[in-house]
Write a protein that binds this ligand. Sequence first.
Ligand code: G3H
Ligand code: 13P
Ligand code: ZN
Length: 335
Amino acid sequence: MPLVSMRQLLDEAAKGGYGVGAFNVNDMEQIQAIMEAARETKSPVIVQASRGARQYSQDNFLYHLMLAATELYPEIPTVLHLDHGNSVETCKTAIDMGFTSVMMDGSLNPDGKTPSTFEYNVDATRQVVEMAHAKGITVEGEIGCLGGIEDGHGAGLDGLSHLTDPDQAVEFVKLTGLDALAIAIGTSHGAYKFSSKPTGETLKMARLIEIHNKLPNVHLVMHGSSSVPKALQDIINQYGGKLKPTWGVPVEEIQLGIKNGVRKINVDTDNRLAITGAIRKVFWETPEKFDPRDYLTPAREAFTTVGAAPMTQFGQAGHAGDYAPIPLEEMARRY
Ligand code: G3H
Ligand code: 13P
Ligand code: ZN
């Protein structure tokens, strides 16, 4: 099966009442791990690459690895998505490369840090929608800003300073014509989201529900959705790491989101923790080893295990065979 549009996956998820995890990758092992998790759970999957990932892997390597994934996992509907595109130009290079979905994150200025104006966001997102839809490619936009800047995307602070305004979200969708809307409800990127277990109050779930009620047909996206499990933190610290105690987004809150219009859930940090824990364990227990396969193999396995769990929790498991891919040309005609 060729790479498919994200719009098709999210439309199917809406019909089935489930969510689809979007997992960040940077290299071959991470792509292999997430495809294997998708096969184990029979899940459609969104594989996403940030600007940093594209730079690290070089676009051509990443794209051709993804083509290999579609050849080796032909039964899995797979999307290649640009995560946090910072400008129209960045989205254009992804579209030209063969990505089947792009995020224009115009909630921030092109520096990826400072909150932008509503007008800038509408203008940049609208331009990307016109360019992408002409080729059947999906567009995610964002209104409101996430907190934290530890990984380079976010407005800093605690995640509560730039929550999504529901009326502005309605206006934004109307003016841009996007396919999926990322909203800010109090979370942030990275491992250090909360200093104690968050509740539905901490996470502003009521606001998410309000946005869904105003935009019942829009696919909502939750960024910063790693649950940062204590078990993964403990493995890292047991083998010489120095993570401070921290809490992520409880899976029950994501599941409540899925009942209220959330169709795409972004997860990166949990997989990073799994990989790092597995590598540290090998280094700690067998310091004499130096063949990268000795630590990259368990790292890849750990990512597969940690990646398969949300696929089941979000409900996408078992849905890989539900539908045939719609060609991008046909998607373009439908817009
Ligand atoms: O939202 C950010 C993702 O976790 C990707 O992070 O820019 O370090 O690749 P990155
Ligand atoms: P986490 O840092 O919670 O994994 O979020 C990832 C993300 O939102 C990527 O866009
Ligand atoms: Zn994000």
